[in-house]
Structures are given as C-alpha cells and as structure tokens.
Design a protein around this ligand. Structure first.
Ligand code: AMP
Length: 477
C-alpha cells in the first residue's frame, strides 16, 4: 500500500541551527542525531536530574524504577525542551515511560482534557501503555482511556465523552471513533505519540495514520518510537515530525551480554520429546515457548498440561478477553510457561522471563531477536534455547550469521530424552483428542467444559482443524 502521508508544515519559530544548517538538503529530513555512542549507559542519572516534576519522580519510585533507563535518559530531556523525538528502542527498554513521563510533565504544566493521543499497533500494547500512563500519573489524577477493537464501541464512546487526558488506541478503532463518535475530536491534542511505528506500517495502517494525522492539530509535539528505522518509518517521520531529535539506545540486531543463547539439534519426529526434556531440565523458571502457528500453540499447551506443566497458550485466534486473561495469569505467576505465536514476541510487557524456547524457528532473523528479547532484560541473566530440526538448518545458519556468533549446544543426551517417549506419546494422544473434541462442540471431554482461559474461540479452532484436515499449513499469527 502506498503511504499517502503529506509532509508536516514546519513551525518557523522552532527552526534550530541544525535545521538551518541542513535547509538545503531537500531529500533528507532535518534530524538531529543524538544517539548515544555508549547506549546511554554512561553517567548514572536520576529522574529528578532529567528535570521531571516531583510528583512524577515519586511515581517512578513507587513503581520501583530506581534510575532512568538509557532511552529515558536520552529522550526525556529533549522532550521536556519541547522537541519532537524519534526514539529507536525496543520493547523492554523502558520506552513507554520515555514518552509517558514528558507527556505527563507537560500535562501538569498545562492541564486540559484530550491532551495526548497515543497510537499503538496492537490491542495488548495499547492496554499496557494505558496502564503505564495511569500508574505514572496516579498521584496527579490522570485519566486515560484505551480505545481498541474487540471492545464495545458504545461503551468506549461513553468513556471518551468523559474527556480523558490521554487516549491510547489502535489505528482502526481510533479512526472509527473519529468518524462515527459524535463529539469525539483530537483537534486540541498537544502530543501525538506513534509507538512501534515500524509495526504500525508493516500492518498496513497507512490509511488510518493519514486520517489521524489529518485530525490532530499541526501545532503539537510528536514522539515517534520504532524498533527499526525502515524507509516507511522515515516517510512517516517526514510527514509527522518537525525538527526532531533522534535518540537510539540499542544496536539494530544486538542481543545483550547477559543472554545465554543455545541451540539443540533434534530429529523432527522426536521434537516433542526434546521439548519436554528441556522443560524438565529448566522447570521452575518462567518461560515463553514460541511456535509458528495457533494450532501448535494450542496442541503444545494441552500436551504439556497433560504432563503436569503449568502451561498456557496465547495466540491470535483467542478472543481479546482470553488473550488478556492468559497474559495476566502468566504475569501473576499462576502459569509459568506461556506458549505463544509471534503476536506475543513484540509489544507485550511480560516481566522477568527466564527462558525463551523456540519450539519452531522464527520466520526470519529479526523475529529471532524480538523473541529472545523477552529474556535477559534490564541487566538480568536469561537463556534462549532454539530447537533446530533437519528442516531448519538454513534459517538457523542465517540467524547465526546475523548474530555474528556460533551458539553453543544445549546438552540433551539422546538416550535420556527418548526415555520420555512413552509418556510424551500418551500426552500427544490426549492433546489430539482434546483438539478434536473442542472442534465445533460446546462441551469438552467427560461432559465438562474445557477450561475457558485457554480455549481458542470455537470458530478459530474449527478453522485450524479444517485447515489441518485439508493438509494446509495453518497460518502464522
Ligand atoms: P517498555 O520498554 O516500555 O515496554 O518497558 C518494559 C518494562 O520496564 C516495563 O515493565 C516498565 O514498567 C519497566 N520500566 C520502565 N522504566 C523503568 C526503569 N527506569 N527502571 C525499571 N523498570 C522500568
């Protein structure tokens, strides 16, 4: 799809030296690059030192933020000076607070309803951003509404009519409200935040972004956060930012030093046995197991549960409520193994995961980085284990090449692993039966309803089963 975004008009009053110096460079936009050479890890700073108001510093303390993260140290002082920001940072870097804190600081200076509009690509991310705004703004009485799909439109319209300070939403639903909810307008917003811009654009939200950019006032501040700077993101940047400062805190494809990355070469037919072996060896740790399809996610959850592991699935064919419920159970530690498709690899705020297990290979090297980025955060140790079958060698080699290192092997003696065959076989049969019995039926096995927290929506599960029956590969989601 073509990006029809028009270039934002400059505010003449804000033209800086940098801008003047590059005024003749018509092709490249004027961007002041303030990316830290040392990933922003140099002099320790405090939230007070960044210039944030006392109430916000207290909120950081009560959220147990001991010191600002690198992206916060880099971005916040510029944002407080009134500059537009391009923040190149991944989930887990503290990027949400990097834009939420300056927005809240400015809101305190100029309180008004509908002060900030935050656009995020996924519903889960939108909820997490909303939660952080409310937590950070708790002692200043900030009201925030999350407007995403999958939730009743009328109820949301009622919430919006109460004129919250911050609206966080996904592009489709925001446009829906802009066009159909009487009285809802973003004409007065002072801040526009575009979070995970690369993902927004990969998900073909250009048309919606155009409408949103047309609905907000030209006189505003814009923060654009993205994990990567693609050509589409550059185009969006030109259309939406004025005289921005670029801050970047992590290298594009880097993994952190505290992450132990291992591979395990497994014959495809015994993959489940090897998975169970790794789960046994590393039991007690919080883990995310990544799969390529919704059906595998569901099957593995049933199989591991039959073997006594506290596993819970998360994928795109669960309803929004079930996705959030699954995530909350995992966050609360009720289940320690989350089995997820790539919908969970980005954007979700899942704290302290000890292990990432790639049951199926990611589609590409970038997804590998996003997946393993769920562990070894904020200086903590973490481990990533990737199962590699005879069919995955090529993509695995590409990943090693991209990482610039050979991974070490995870120790799994074959004779020990194959001792599990009988029990795993039984659990596989149990999972297959459960999958079949849920197919199109309201009741689960033994006349009981299957557990609602992890049951895919029936229509979704039916689709998966039909695809499997036709021998078609279920879609990734
Ligand atoms: P994000 O990159 O915004 O998804 O944030 C990842 C996690 O880091 C969230 O759970 C935040 O609450 C947490 N966080 C953000 N800033 C800090 C900080 N300065 N110190 C400790 N944790 C933080």
């Amino acid at each position: 799809m073509q990006l029809a975004l028009k270039k934002k008009k400059k505010r003449p009053a804000e033209a800086s030296d940098v801008e003047a110096a590059s005024a003749t460079a018509a092709v490249e936009p004027e961007v002041e690059d303030r990316s830290s050479a040392d990933d922003g890890d140099s002099a320790p700073t405090t939230f007070e030192g960044l210039g944030l108001s006392e109430a916000l510093c207290e909120a950081c303390t009560s959220m147990n933020f001991k010191a600002p993260s690198a992206i916060q140290r880099e971005a916040i002082p510029w944002a407080l000076q009134g500059r537009d920001i391009i923040g190149l940072a991944e989930t887990g870097s503290g990027k949400t607070a990097a834009f939420a804190l300056p927005v809240l600081h400015k809101l305190l200076e100029h309180p008004q309803p509908l002060f900030a509009l935050v656009v995020a690509p996924t519903r889960e991310l939108a909820f997490q951003i909303g939660e952080q705004f409310e937590a950070l703004g708790s002692n200043i009485g900030v009201k925030c509404v999350v407007a995403v799909g999958g939730v009743d439109m009328v109820q949301q319209a009622i919430m919006l009519a109460k004129r919250p300070h911050v609206v966080v939403g996904t592009p489709g639903r925001l446009v829906d409200h802009l066009q159909n909810t009487k009285g809802f307008s973003v004409r007065a917003v002072r801040f526009l935040v575009l979070d995970e811009a690369d993902k927004l654009l990969n998900m073909d939200f250009e048309k919606e972004l155009d409408i949103i950019l047309g609905a907000v006032p030209k006189e505003r501040n814009t923060f654009l956060f993205s994990a990567t700077m693609t050509s589409k993101v550059k185009k969006l940047q030109r259309a939406s930012l004025t005289n921005p400062v670029k801050v970047e805190v992590s290298s594009k494809y880097g993994t952190v030093k505290t992450l132990l990355q291992q591979y395990l070469f497994v014959p495809a037919k015994h993959k489940d046995c090897y998975l169970v072996h790794v789960c046994n060896e590393l039991s007690g740790h919080s883990s995310i197991i990544f799969t390529a399809t919704c059906a595998t996610t569901q099957r593995l959850a049933l199989m591991l549960r039959a073997l006594g592991f506290p596993a819970i699935p998360l994928h795109g064919q669960l309803s929004q409520a079930k996705r959030l419920a699954a995530l909350n159970k995992f966050k609360a530690g009720e289940r320690t193994i989350l089995i997820a498709t790539d919908v969970a690899s980005r954007g979700l705020d899942i704290p302290s995961v000890d292990l990432v297990l790639n049951f199926e290979m990611p589609a590409n090297s970038k997804d590998y980085i996003h997946r393993v980025g769920r562990t070894a955060r904020a200086g903590r140790a973490g481990r990533a284990v990737t199962l590699v079958t005879q069919y995955d060698v090529e993509i695995y080699q590409r990943i090693e090449h991209m990482l610039g290192q050979k991974l070490e092997a995870f120790d799994a003696p074959q004779d020990e692993v194959l001792l599990l065959m009988e029990r795993v076989g039984e659990a596989q049969r149990h999972a297959a039966m459960e999958m079949r019995s849920t197919d199109g039926k309201k009741k689960g096995r033994n006349g009981k309803r299957a557990s609602p927290d992890d049951e895919a929506d029936e229509s979704g599960l039916q689709r998966m089963m039909q695809q499997a029956a036709r021998g078609k590969k279920p879609r990734r989601s």
